[in-house]
Design a protein around this ligand. Structure first.
Ligand code: MF3
Ligand code: CO
Ligand code: CO
Length: 265
């Protein structure tokens, strides 16, 4: 599949969408507390996107009628708690002390997508769990800092997996980062593992996400019968962080940043 190259005008629109997605995650942080339900978090994000930002939650009804996803995604955000790897569906269950949760937001503004996720913690969590969250963020950052024209995606995937493995964590293989623009998920696929010297050669103007999913236990995943929720097969904890970025003349610009959440290059 062809990889679309964005113009400076396109990128300016993606900057706006990316910032708005980041601002949803800024907004929701203080609400992620013991006793709140993920449906309540979903409603807060939905109303903020639709009424305050005038953005469209890209996930609502996403995948409807495609062969890959027979049922459209029902909510405005993904909330992936503890052993849920990704695509957790908000529900009426309350968060409790010790939970870790990834909140993943994708907005559409003026036809362009911004896709980003962060980890949130509820109350006190064990040291090894915090380590999982921190190393997963470092995996994302290591990948992002490598992005530049001429770099191959296999080298980036290799570096991400290498950092996870050095800390005795495993890398989910069934889900990956993706090209993004006017289309939510487009080419290229951005694997979070790989072989040096292989894969797509990056060019200025490519836009994509890096969103590693890292497990405390084994890497294998299982799809629940709701056809969305992905969990670790061994029920071990999983973490994920995500940014949307663009390849620049000399390196990378992260698009899903805000005044309160900058990227440290
Ligand atoms: N935001 C997710 C990603 O990072 C995709 C969610 S699709 C949904 O690509 F339908 F599950 F919401
Ligand atoms: Co994504
Ligand atoms: Co996402």
């Amino acid at each position: 599949m062809q990889i679309s190259i964005k113009t400076e005008e396109d990128i300016q629109k993606m900057r706006i969408a990316g910032r708005l997605a980041a601002e949803v995650l800024d907004m929701i942080g203080e609400h992620v507390t013991a006793g709140v339900t993920t449906n309540e978090l979903d409603k807060l994000c939905h109303d903020y996107m639709v009424n305050v930002q005038n953005t469209i939650p890209a996930t609502i009804n996403y995948g409807h009628k495609t062969t890959q996803y027979p049922h459209g995604y029902p909510k405005s955000i993904c909330t992936s708690i503890n052993h849920v790897i990704c695509h957790g569906i908000p529900a009426d269950k309350k968060l409790k002390n010790g939970d870790i949760v990834n909140i993943d937001v994708t907005v559409i503004k003026d036809g362009w997508h911004g896709d980003t996720s962060r980890m949130y913690t509820v109350g006190k969590i064990p040291g090894r769990t915090q380590k999982l969250i921190d190393i997963t963020k470092e995996c994302m950052e290591i990948g992002i800092r490598m992005v530049a024209p001429g770099v191959q995606l296999g080298d980036i995937g290799y570096a991400i997996a290498n950092h996870a493995h050095a800390n005795r964590f495993s890398v989910v293989r069934e889900y990956c980062g993706h090209g993004i623009g006017k289309v939510f998920h487009e080419s290229p696929q951005v694997m979070h593992y790989g072989r040096k010297g292989t894969g797509v050669v990056l060019q200025k103007g490519m836009t994509f996400t890096i969103e590693p999913m890292i497990n405390i236990g084994k890497r294998h995943s299982r799809l629940l019968s709701d056809e969305w929720t992905v969990i670790t097969k061994d029920k071990s904890l999983s973490a994920q962080w995500e940014h949307t970025m663009v390849v620049t003349d000399t390196g990378v610009e992260v698009l899903t940043v805000s005044d309160n959440y900058k990227f440290n290059y």
